[in-house]
Design a protein around this ligand. Structure first.
Ligand code: PXP
Length: 235
């Protein structure tokens, strides 16, 4: 299984003082050197962490694939079409949320999502849709021609120490199986950490995990290179 490291919170820390450190590019280069196959960044509408310049700098300097998380807006579509990251993961976005709270409603926005996917495909950008482990959303993702889905593991992560762990885990497993039966490739992410991540190995055929908060948090204690290597070891 591959690891995509989400480095948004390196930018969160940098922005806290409005300066240039810690460097988002240096963090990405360390993750790449430690074995991450992709660097994931979320360019939010409010630019609360990653900024437009970060995307350009990473694109110029990284060998690892850049996975751009973005809302399905015209602004983000234009940015993706002009910078051409390796892949785009389409996420829902609410201005007030602390982090991406739920999966994308592909079913309810099929036309717009299909139009966006077709545009990104015209630039050979691989497209993933960040969805809850819900059969109807998986089917809709297939209908609109997505290459990947990224399963939202947040509910599983929240339930990990409680009674609903198995229920949430089985939803992920069933959604992954169903997606693969429709020809979709499957990634997963959100809320994964050094304790709960091992269970992801029990989901057949997962391609990549996108993990951010837990790795950047662990990096405070052991350094970023070690934090990434430890996660790779676990998956
Ligand atoms: N995948 C997606 C689509 C996300 O929006 C996020 C959070 O930005 C992540 C993965 C990473 O989540 P976490 O920071 O909880 O590991």
């Amino acid at each position: 299984m591959n690891l995509g490291v989400n480095i948004d919170h390196v930018a969160t820390l940098r922005n806290a003082r409005g300066g240039v450190e810690p460097s988002v590019l240096d963090a990405a280069l360390i993750c790449e050197m430690a074995g991450a196959t992709a660097i994931t960044i979320h360019l939010r509408e409010d630019r609360r962490h990653i900024k437009d310049e970060d995307l350009k700098t990473l694109k110029k300097n990284l060998k690892a694939r850049i996975n751009l998380e973005m809302a399905a807006t015209d602004e983000m579509q234009n940015i993706a079409m002009s910078t051409v990251p390796y892949s785009c993961c389409i996420v829902p976005e609410k201005r007030q949320e602390l982090t991406t709270e739920g999966g994308l409603d592909v079913l309810g926005k099929k036309e717009r999502i299909k139009e966006l996917i077709d545009a990104l495909h015209s630039k050979n950008i691989i497209v993933s849709l960040f969805i809850d482990p819900d059969k109807e959303q998986v089917k809709a993702a297939s209908d609109v021609g997505s290459d990947y889905i990224e399963l939202h593991t947040g509910a599983f992560a929240n339930a990990f120490l409680g009674e609903n762990k198995d229920v949430e885990f089985n939803k992920l497993k069933a959604a992954a199986e169903y997606a693969q039966s429709l020809g979709l490739k499957v990634n997963a992410g959100h809320g994964l950490n050094y304790e709960n991540v091992s269970l992801m190995k029990e989901i057949e055929g997962l391609d990549e995990l996108n993990i951010g908060h837990s790795i950047v948090s662990r990096a405070i204690f052991v350094g970023l290179e070690m934090a990434v290597k430890e996660m790779i070891e676990l998956i």
